[in-house]
Ligand binder design. Structure first.
Ligand SMILES: *[C@@H]1O[C@H](CO)[C@@H](O)[C@H](O)[C@H]1NC(C)=O
Ligand SMILES: *[C@@H]1O[C@H](CO)[C@@H](O)[C@H](O)[C@H]1NC(C)=O
Ligand SMILES: *[C@@H]1O[C@H](CO)[C@@H](O)[C@H](O)[C@H]1NC(C)=O
Ligand SMILES: *[C@@H]1O[C@H](CO)[C@@H](O)[C@H](O)[C@H]1NC(C)=O
Ligand SMILES: *[C@@H]1O[C@H](CO)[C@@H](O)[C@H](O)[C@H]1NC(C)=O
Ligand SMILES: *[C@@H]1O[C@H](CO)[C@@H](O)[C@H](O)[C@H]1NC(C)=O
Ligand SMILES: *[C@@H]1O[C@H](CO)[C@@H](O)[C@H](O)[C@H]1NC(C)=O
Ligand SMILES: *[C@@H]1O[C@H](CO)[C@@H](O)[C@H](O)[C@H]1NC(C)=O
Length: 498
């Protein structure tokens, strides 16, 4: 029995609820599309009305289910009380058709005792060509923009932002042409290519940045930059690098060089590269060698790159370094060694000018890369007799045996060859040349062309007829033998006396 009552109650309930389906809340003018310009001001952008089927005292209530794509630009619908609802744009919202050109709103409406309804409102955003600079940065960020003096050259310190792009390509320029910055076509403000100068440190630079689009629209953005000075190291060397060359074996504690740095009057010096061979006076910057610099014992000393540092004792972080390039040169201690060391020879007096007599072979023990020079010393007796053709001794003049001068010298030519290296100091080796000339019978005896002698007919054997005075220039002079040619035996001639 009870179950029959239950079935009846269920049927009654079903009939009642089926009757309720026809009473639903109504969106009068949705779905609908509304067009707005992207630059629309904050406020009402669209409105719609909603009716309850059975008028009620509270009227319809409308809730915003969602906005697609999601955005915070719009407020919840604003009810006017007579069934009208307004969609409003929030202050500061910036619609941008290039980013979103349509928002889809889904609303839900409800009336007491009536079925809930949903519907859509489409807000289409239309592109508007307008150029609008975004100066919100300057309102929020610390003003002015502070950049350090030592910021990297060409660093971007500010980029112009726009709320609206205008149309076409944009140009950017400074209203104040005296600011040191540059600005490119992307609106990036850069530090000068050489960085800031000392003079610009601490200065405040102000300018409007004027932006123009292809249609000539413009907007401007204010820029204020404070260049913050940085602390400068005052210590610096007066030279950028030093190269010195010294000779080896000068003994210890010789002055090599002196470095100079300026800054504050409290500059001290020290050597940074580890070395025991050099030392520096901390107050004057005089560099000396500690030990004798001997390349034979320490060939590595040939070249030393010394890192020298100057610093301010009152401000130890103020410092500078310099490279001192020390070259130790081999000292030239020995003259060239030559073979032969003395040249003694005998040559015929008829040797022609240019005849090669001897070739010297010389080496420089200090440095066999050196070029050697060969000369005759200016003390030849007789003068100009020989000369050197590089390292070859040659006859330079007509030699002679048959002269009184040569006789007095014992037929000896004397000269000295000087062999000089190009070291420092230059070293010279002397090679004595002792050259005896040998006799050559080079001249014919000379007789008088004709001699006529008179003799008395009663001359007897042994009487003197005459003297043939022959001469010979070869030494010993006039050393002549006389003979009478032909078959006759009337006269005879003294073999030696003529
Ligand atoms: C909606 O209600 C208003 C009064 O509140 C009435 O004037 C209007 O005709 C109604 N519209 C519809 C479609 O019922
Ligand atoms: C609702 O009221 C507003 C002002 O209060 C009025 O502008 C609007 O026309 C009214 N709407 C209807 C449908 O009566
Ligand atoms: C910007 O445009 C206005 C007109 O819109 C004009 O008066 C003004 O001179 C322009 N400014 C520049 C810097 O071109
Ligand atoms: C130090 O001096 C050298 C020349 O002596 C100069 O080239 C260099 O710029 C100076 N450095 C500083 C930091 O002043
Ligand atoms: C140091 O000086 C020597 C001799 O002048 C030179 O050959 C060498 O290249 C220099 N070294 C540097 C690093 O400058
Ligand atoms: C001589 O020169 C050669 C190459 O020109 C070089 O290798 C050598 O070290 C030099 N010798 C000296 C002692 O300078
Ligand atoms: C070689 O002889 C010429 C003259 O013929 C002279 O000028 C020159 O000085 C001589 N050379 C030497 C080394 O004496
Ligand atoms: C022979 O000639 C030489 C030089 O011409 C002369 O000095 C000498 O007296 C002459 N002797 C005689 C015997 O005439």
């Amino acid at each position: 029995m009870g179950s029959e009552w239950h079935l009846l109650f269920f049927l009654l309930l079903t009939i009642w609820s089926k009757g309720a389906v026809i009473t639903a809340v109504v969106f009068n003018d949705l779905p609908r599309t509304v067009e707005v310009n992207e630059n629309v001001a904050a406020g009402v952008v669209a409105s719609f009305t909603v009716n309850c089927t059975t008028p009620s005292s509270s009227g319809p209530s409308v809730t915003l289910q969602n906005i697609s794509p999601t955005t915070m630009f719009f407020n919840s619908p604003n009810a006017l009380g007579n069934g009208t609802f307004q969609v409003t744009l929030r202050p500061g919202a910036t619609l941008n058709a290039r980013e979103v050109n349509q928002y889809t709103f889904t609303f839900q409406a409800e009336c007491p005792g009536e079925t809930i309804s949903t519907s859509q409102l489409y807000i289409q955003v239309k592109e508007v060509y307008e150029l609008l600079c975004d100066n919100s940065f300057l309102d929020t960020a610390a003003k002015p923009l502070v950049v350090p003096e030592d910021i990297a050259p060409e660093a971007v310190i500010y980029t112009v932002t726009l709320k609206r792009q205008g149309r076409g390509s944009l140009t950017f320029g400074f209203e104040n042409v005296l600011v040191p910055f540059t600005i490119n076509t992307e609106g990036q403000v850069r530090v000068p290519a050489t960085g800031f100068t000392r003079e610009q440190a601490g200065k405040l630079f102000q300018t409007n940045i004027v932006v123009k689009d292809a249609d000539g629209r413009n907007c401007s953005s204010f820029l204020e930059v404070q260049v913050q000075p940085v602390y400068h190291n005052t210590v610096n060397f007066t030279e950028s690098s030093i190269a010195v060359s010294v000779y080896e074996n000068n003994g210890p504690l010789q002055i090599i060089t002196q470095v100079h740095a300026h800054g504050g009057g409290h500059v001290r010096y020290q050597i940074r590269s580890p070395t025991v061979y050099f030392t520096i006076s901390s107050d004057l910057g005089v560099i000396k060698n500690t030990y004798n610099l001997d390349l034979d014992h320490n060939p590595g000393l040939h070249n030393t790159l010394l890192v020298v540092e100057a610093y301010d004792i009152l401000h130890p972080t103020d410092r500078a370094t310099i490279i001192v390039n020390i070259t130790v040169q081999r000292r030239n201690q020995q003259g060239p060694m030559c073979h032969p060391a003395i040249y003694v020879a005998e040559i015929p007096e008829t040797s022609r000018i240019g005849t090669s007599l001897a070739t010297l072979t010389c080496v420089d023990k200090d440095n066999n890369n050196r070029t050697l020079q060969y000369h005759m010393e200016n003390n030849q007796t007789p003068p100009y007799s020989f000369h050197m053709e590089h390292n070859v001794l040659q006859v330079n003049t007509t030699l002679d045996y048959d002269s009184a001068a040569m006789i007095s010298r014992g037929f000896l030519y004397q000269a000295t060859i000087l062999v000089t290296d190009n070291g420092n100091p230059q070293q010279t080796t002397r090679i004595p040349v002792l050259m005896t000339v040998s006799r050559v019978n080079e001249y014919c005896p000379q007789c008088p062309r004709q001699s006529s002698y008179s003799i008395s007919e009663d001359a007897v054997f042994g009487d003197f007829v005459g003297n043939v005075n022959g001469t010979d220039r070869d030494y010993p002079f006039n050393n002549i033998e006389y003979n009478i040619l032909g078959e006759q035996n009337v006269f005879y001639v003294g073999r030696q006396s003529g």
